[in-house]
Ligand binder design. Structure first.
Ligand SMILES: C[C@@H](O)CC(=O)SCCNC(=O)CCNC(=O)[C@H](O)C(C)(C)COP(=O)(O)OP(=O)(O)OC[C@H]1O[C@@H](n2cnc3c(N)ncnc32)[C@H](O)[C@@H]1OP(=O)(O)O
Length: 140
């Protein structure tokens, strides 16, 4: 089975991305999967009176696209999450196309740890989620 990049194979500056259009079905499924039925996501009557004037996607649903890139592309299959910080800068609206991009910013070969900058943008190139992740890349 294909494995991702090892610590030796990873290079500072390397990037990978994954894009997905977030639909109402994604939000309903995410609420059901996680139990987060916050009315800001699932109740239009409630959400229309909030600052966003309607339902928005769960922040962690958008952030989940970061995990998708890390686990399938860079480092890729076999990578293990150690930590992730996130700042939610703007909402994900239904129908938005979110692109998660990760970039290698530092690596520690001795400890087998890689630090990645993680950013999600929308279709207008607006940064909506920014943060940093630490991963343990797969071994040979
Ligand atoms: C628990 C779940 O069920 C709920 C969810 O998942 S909700 C979905 C996830 N969250 C979002 O979608 C929120 C997205 N964020 C925003 O829309 C905006 O950040 C905000 C509306 C929450 C805040 O914006 P605003 O009030 O306009 O803030 P300002 O632009 O006036 O900035 C003031 C200072 O705060 C800093 N700042 C703003 N947002 C963030 C952030 N998300 N993280 C860190 N810092 C933030 C901003 O830089 C300003 O700092 P300064 O030093 O004063 O310049």
């Amino acid at each position: 089975m294909e494995r991702g990049s090892t610590i030796k194979e990873l290079e500072v500056g390397q990037q990978a991305s994954f894009s997905k259009t977030i639909t109402e079905a994604d939000v309903v499924n995410y609420a059901g999967t996680t139990g987060d039925f916050n009315p800001a996501h699932v109740n239009e009557e409630f959400a229309k009176d909030t600052m966003f004037k309607g339902r928005i996607a769960h922040g962690m649903l958008g952030a989940g696209l970061i995990s998708a890139v890390l686990g399938t592309k860079l480092p890729g299959p076999g990578a293990i999450y150690i930590s992730q910080d996130l700042s939610f800068r703007a909402p994900v609206n239904f129908g938005d196309t979110v692109t998660a991009t990760v970039e290698v910013v530092d690596k520690n070969e001795e400890k087998n740890r890689v630090v990645m900058k993680t950013v999600c943008t929308n279709q207008d190139d607006k940064e909506i989620i920014v943060g940093e992740a630490v991963l343990m890349p797969p071994k040979e």
